[in-house]
Design a protein around this ligand. Structure first.
Ligand SMILES: C[S@@+](CC[C@H](N)C(=O)[O-])C[C@H]1O[C@@H](n2cnc3c(N)ncnc32)[C@H](O)[C@@H]1O
Length: 184
């Protein structure tokens, strides 16, 4: 499958550049995809960081490991349903979740790359519920959402429901995706 920076991951990259500057951070990228794009970017720009990339699908995890190894990077890749198999605490946790409603579903081998349940928000709601347990004091969450699919107002309501504090919203010109920078 061809992979490139999508609209959301490119704003996540901008958020990392602005809000995760320290070199020795513990970084976890949830839903890393087959290239583990953000984990590889983080490790290449933060040589002292401890980086973990996580995905749900075995094939995607295998592909990410192969790609990382060809780039000679030291990144821990875990197959896990959200935090089910994750251990430890992190300073920065990012997620570009699947946020398209199942009502738009087309047959696909790996549906959760794109579809986030009936409303489109189920997977990132579960993430918001659990993520505080894995965050170091002063840690931040970078949640990237394409607001073409889930309107910004709806995201802000959910963020409030799960008692996260909004630090800022990162935007990019001509891009419907934003990143909610959260802390607890
Ligand atoms: C929109 S893609 C983002 C891929 C990549 N991070 C990027 O930015 O290009 C969403 C990713 O989340 C993964 N995912 C979906 N549900 C998950 C879950 N419950 N636990 C872990 N990963 C999940 C999918 O397999 C997919 O790789």
């Amino acid at each position: 499958m061809p992979v490139t920076w999508d609209l959301t991951s490119v704003v996540l990259k901008k958020s990392i550049d602005s809000y995760a500057k320290r070199n020795d951070l513990r970084f976890l990228d949830m839903g890393c995809g087959q290239v583990a794009l953000l984990g590889q970017y983080f490790k290449q720009t933060h040589s002292l960081a401890i980086v973990t990339s996580v995905d749900l699908y075995e094939d995607i995890v295998a592909c990410a490991r192969e790609n990382i190894s060809r780039n000679g990077l030291d990144i821990n890749v875990i197959e896990s349903d959200l935090f089910g198999s994750v251990e430890g605490m992190y300073d920065v946790i990012s997620f570009n979740p699947p946020y398209v409603s199942l009502s738009e579903q087309k047959p696909e081998k790996y549906p959760k790359i794109r579809y986030g349940g009936v409303k489109g928000t189920e997977i990132f709601e579960s993430f918001l519920q659990t993520v505080p347990q894995y965050l170091n004091p002063n840690g931040i969450v970078l949640l990237g959402i394409n607001c073409f699919y889930v309107p910004e107002k709806k995201c802000l309501k959910l963020i409030e429901t799960y008692q996260c504090k909004l630090k800022t919203i990162v935007r990019q010109a001509c891009n419907t995706s934003v990143v909610f920078v959260l802390h607890y």
